[in-house]
Design a protein around this ligand. Structure first.
Ligand code: KIV
Length: 266
């Protein structure tokens, strides 16, 4: 299989073929996803909530994202590899955004960056694209702005919100973004966003009408300590229970002296 490129993703959109996107934050998971044919791997800043134990994505730093990205990049051979720019790594100024995006792009294998926001962030997107840095947009629910809007609420519930979503998508396309992630938007609204732009629109909690779907890998594996996951998350396996059973058995065997037995001793 060849490395996935932007023209290839556009071609899939023209053909009406759905694209599979998934997050990864470490070498092993990225290698499995890449081998199985996931087309776009995102080193999401959800790294902060899934692996660092932060309660939201705001504390995630450039240094943390760089470590995760280097691990993932070593594993990815075919998928397109996109990195989330963490909170405050692109909001201060376009120059700051270029400098920080450049640190990710310098890692061999990285194909682009993702930024949250629409109209407000479009001038920064334009500057990044002019530098040759591919940008994935992100509209709808913006996890880096939850403190301002008061939580993880689905978007596109009022005419004003729908108009804003469409304006955001158009601004990102005009600025040169190669695709857009739409998060937590009512499924009836997604087709309106798709009609407004020509670039692919990938969804996370945005219903079935998207050009592809992205989810957080630990959510689909059932590896989360959160008491409540978003409505759109589908748990394909309960890895947490499997891990718990294995560790419980290990504890029991060590305590009782059943491990190590002859088979596991020199
Ligand atoms: O960080 C993340 O996981 C994301 C989602 C869109 C997948 O940004």
């Amino acid at each position: 299989m060849k490395k996935i490129t932007i023209p290839y993703l556009w071609e899939l959109k023209r053909k009406g073929e759905k694209v599979v996107l998934l997050t990864a934050y470490d070498y092993m998971m990225a290698a499995i996803e890449d081998m199985l044919g996931v087309e776009v791997i995102l080193v999401g800043d959800s790294y902060g909530t899934t692996l660092m134990g932060y309660s939201d994505t705001l504390p995630v730093t450039m240094e943390e994202m760089l470590v995760a990205t280097r691990a993932v990049a070593r594993a990815v051979k075919n998928a397109m590899l996109i990195v989330d720019m963490p909170f405050m790594s692109y909001q201060v100024s376009p120059e700051d955004a270029i400098r920080n995006a450049g640190r990710f792009m310098k890692i061999e294998g990285v194909d682009g960056v993702k930024l949250e926001g629409g109209v407000d962030i479009a001038p920064t997107v334009e500057r990044l694209v002019k530098c040759g840095i591919p940008v994935m947009g992100h509209v709808g629910l913006l996890p880096q702005s939850i403190k301002q809007v008061g939580g993880y609420r689905a978007r596109g519930r009022t005419d004003t919100e729908i108009k804003q979503l469409i304006a955001d998508a158009k601004a990102l396309e005009s600025a040169g973004a190669f695709c857009i992630i739409v998060e937590a938007v009512k499924k009836e609204v997604t087709p309106l966003i798709k009609e407004a732009v020509d670039i692919p629109v990938y969804g996370i909690g945005a219903g079935p009408h998207c050009d592809g779907q992205i989810l957080v890998v630990y959510d689909i594996l059932g590896l989360t300590l959160l008491p409540k996951v978003p409505k759109f998350v589908k748990k394909y396996v309960d890895i947490k229970s499997i891990i718990e059973a294995a560790i419980k058995q290990y504890i029991e065997e060590v305590k009782s002296g059943r491990y190590p037995d002859d088979k596991h001793s020199y």
